[in-house]
Every structure is written in C-alpha cells, then in structure tokens.
Ligand binder design. Structure first.
Ligand SMILES: Nc1nc2c(c(=O)[nH]1)N[C@H]1C(S)=C(S)[C@@H](COP(=O)(O)O)O[C@H]1N2
Ligand SMILES: [Mo]
Length: 391
C-alpha cells in the first residue's frame, strides 16, 4: 500500500467517524442550536453589563453619570461576574458538541465560507480569552502583561461582533434545527448521556458554579461562597479590604497629624480642613455598598461629610455644574484618583466617610477619610482622600 493510499484510507475513516458522530444527538444541529442560544443570551448579558461598568469608569465627557439607583452597580456587576462564570460550562459543552464539525476537511468550501470560519476563530478565541481573563481577574491572578480592563473591553467588542456574524450565518440552520419535528431521540447507548442528560449536566455545572460564587454578593448565600475570593463579611469592621494601607504605602501619611483635606481648583480660594474641622461639619449617615468590579460586594453604614456641603463651604454656588476629582494620599497606582460627575457631586449621599458602622474608619478602609457614593464601582470609592479638585 502506498503512502497516498494509506492517507486516503485514514481520511475516509475519519469522515465516517465524523458522520457517525454527527448523527449522535449530542453532536447534531439541534443540540448545537440550543446551546448556541443559551450562549448568545449569556454573552449578551455579560456584554451589556460590562459596557455599563466600562462607561461608569470612563464616562464620555457629555455624560453626567447619574448617582442612582444607589445599588444598581452592585446588581449589574454581580450579574456580570456570575453570568460570566456560569458561561464557562456552557461554552465547554458547546465546543464539545460541535467539535466533530470544527475540524472538517477541507477547512472551507468557498470564499464566504472561509470568511465565516475566520470569524468563528475570532469568536471562539475571543470567548475563551474573555472567560479566562475575567476569571483570573476575579481570582486576582494576572498571568499577562496588558492592562486587564482595556484588554477585556476591546476583546469584548471583537467577540460580540464575531458573535453577530456567527448568529447571522447560522440563523437558517438554527431555526431549521429547532423547528423540525424531531423524532424522539433513540435511547442513549449504555454508559452514554442522552441529549437530555447532557443538557442537565451542563445546567447543573452552571448552577453549581453560580451557587458557589454569588455568596460574595448575595448575603444569605455567603456560606456557600467557596469559589469566591472574598466573603462580604470578613475584614476589619465586617467589610473586606481590597488593598491595605500598608500595600498602598500610605500608613505614615494617613496617620500624620498634619494630614489635611484640601478643596482646590475652580473655586474662589482654596480651603482646607484638619480632622477635627471635618468632624465639626454637619455629618450624614447613609447605607451604601462597596461593589468591586471583581464581583464581590458588601454593605456598610457610613457616616461622614457630604461632598456637596464641602463644595458649599468652598463657595461653589448650588446651581453651578461642577465635576470633582478625588485625590488620594496614594500617589502611585491605578486607584489614586477618581471623578465625580455633576450629579454625583450634588448627591447628598456622596460622602467623605469618617466612620463605618458607628466607629472611626479603619486605616485599611481609607482613614482619615474615604469617598463613598451611591452607584459607583468599587474602584472609584477612593480611600485615604486628601484633596478635592473642582472643575
Ligand atoms: N486609594 C485607593 N483607593 C481604593 C483602592 C485602592 O487600592 N487605593 N481600592 C479600590 C477598590 S478596587 C475597591 S473594591 C474599594 C475597596 O474598599 P475597601 O478596601 O474599604 O473594602 O476601594 C477602592 N478604593
Ligand atoms: Mo475593586
């Protein structure tokens, strides 16, 4: 037998095996279609909640980010992370279901087919990249060089674009596969899962992952938060700490008796407060949550000075539209500054908090004072604040 014959024989064998696989309900178009729809929904949810998180952190200049509803970000980001994690078994199930088709030979039959398959490469690699980087971020593990939010954001667009193309090209097959009156599936071979068993296993895996992580944001489930790196009730003053004062290198400056809070920028003349001066201002108490982009969230009862009262003290007229930059003692790092939109700066619940749960703020939570405001991603709740710059 020549080498060529041997090659032909093997190719024939492979395609017979593939044809057999494709008549297996687990690998047929109906299974692919149902998993595809589930994935389409979960990716759409991740994409929209992700966009919302992105624009809260980097709002376009014309957008006056609203300060409410107060708990909205906690919900959208909890959904973002939970849905992303639950998508992992869905994606694995889908890839396993369609794998006999993925490596068909020849790889394409026409130019449109080639283009369609190139988009599929983008879709699959984008989806794997998003789920991997998202999960690693939740675990605070960064085995890469790029800036996570930027990479995750742009690959999100690429993936969703490729998904649109994929949906467009598969719509006829999908709707055909779903509409066709299926003969009842043959009973699964002994030791094999039938279609129903396969869907059940996938759903159970997705459900378990959700159950074992949402405890990081849904209080009553916190006992089950096995996979979550944060439990919402562990940490000083009953609240987790994202970065300690030691890690941020601010212990000395935060404890310095010469610490001052300055209000500067586009105001008549800058003013400053020491800690007693701040405590002498009218104090306000609000129940607000820290909702980290990593998916955990925790609620606290915060007492402090409303930013809007500080602005009034600095002579900012109540009808003036201002933006405020919040500056931390932490000068290097990504979290040293954040912005308040005009609506956020005017919301009386946007506080420079001095107390948490009725006790002076713990150093790791941002003492002498930290920003805490409604509907803000955790990264914008700047700790160890020393300056408000008005513009
Ligand atoms: N200056 C400064 N502020 C910061 C951070 C930081 O590292 N440095 N971490 C932010 C992040 S990502 C979160 S989730 C919250 C966490 O607040 P906590 O540590 O008090 O729970 O603080 C935010 N404010
Ligand atoms: Mo965070």
């Amino acid at each position: 037998m020549t080498l060529l014959d041997e090659g032909r024989r093997r190719a024939a064998q492979m395609s017979t095996r593939r044809d057999e696989a494709l008549t297996d309900p687990l690998h047929d178009e109906r299974t692919a279609a149902i998993l595809g729809i589930a994935l389409g929904i979960s990716f759409a949810v991740c994409f929209l909640t992700g966009l919302y998180s992105h624009f809260l952190q980097q709002p376009p200049s014309w957008w006056d980010v609203p300060s409410g509803p107060a708990g909205l970000y906690r919900v959208t980001q909890g959904v973002h992370v939970a849905t992303g994690l639950a998508t992992i078994p869905l994606l694995l199930a889908k890839l396993w279901s369609v794998h006999p088709r993925l490596f068909a030979w020849p790889p394409f039959q026409s130019i449109p087919h080639l283009i369609e398959r190139l988009f599929l490469v983008v879709l699959v690699s984008g989806a794997v990249f998003q789920l991997f980087t998202g999960t690693a971020n939740v675990l605070r593990w960064y085995p890469w060089k790029f800036f996570f939010p930027a990479g995750h954001y742009w690959v999100g667009w690429m993936t969703i674009g490729a998904m649109m193309v994929h949906i467009g090209s598969k719509a006829p097959v999908t709707s055909g596969a779903l509409r066709r009156r299926v003969r009842p599936d043959p009973p699964p071979r002994p030791g094999h899962l039938g279609r129903r068993g396969f869907f059940t296993a996938t759903a159970v895996a997705a459900g378990l992952i959700t159950l074992l992580t949402v405890g990081q944001t849904v209080g009553p489930l916190k006992r089950f938060a096995l996979f979550a790196p944060r439990r919402p009730d562990i940490g000083p003053q009953g609240l987790p700490v994202n970065q300690t004062a030691g890690e941020a290198g601010v212990i000395e400056s935060a404890l310095d008796p010469n610490w001052r809070l300055r209000v500067t920028g586009a105001i008549h003349s800058p003013i400053e407060f020491d800690l007693d001066g701040l405590r002498a201002m009218p104090l306000r108490t609000a129940t607000l949550s820290i909702a980290c982009v990593e998916g955990w969230s925790a609620e606290g009862v915060w007492t402090g000075v409303s930013v809007t009262d500080l602005l009034a003290r600095a002579g900012v007229a109540p009808d003036r539209t201002v933006r405020v930059e919040v500056v931390s003692l932490e000068t290097n790092g990504l979290y040293g500054r954040s912005n308040l939109s005009p609506s956020q700066a005017r919301d009386p619940d946007t506080l420079l908090a001095l107390d948490l749960g009725g006790e002076p703020l713990h150093l790791d939570h941002g003492a002498p004072c930290r920003l805490i405001g409604p509907n803000r991603p955790g990264v914008l709740q700047t700790k160890w604040v020393t300056e408000l710059v008005v513009s």
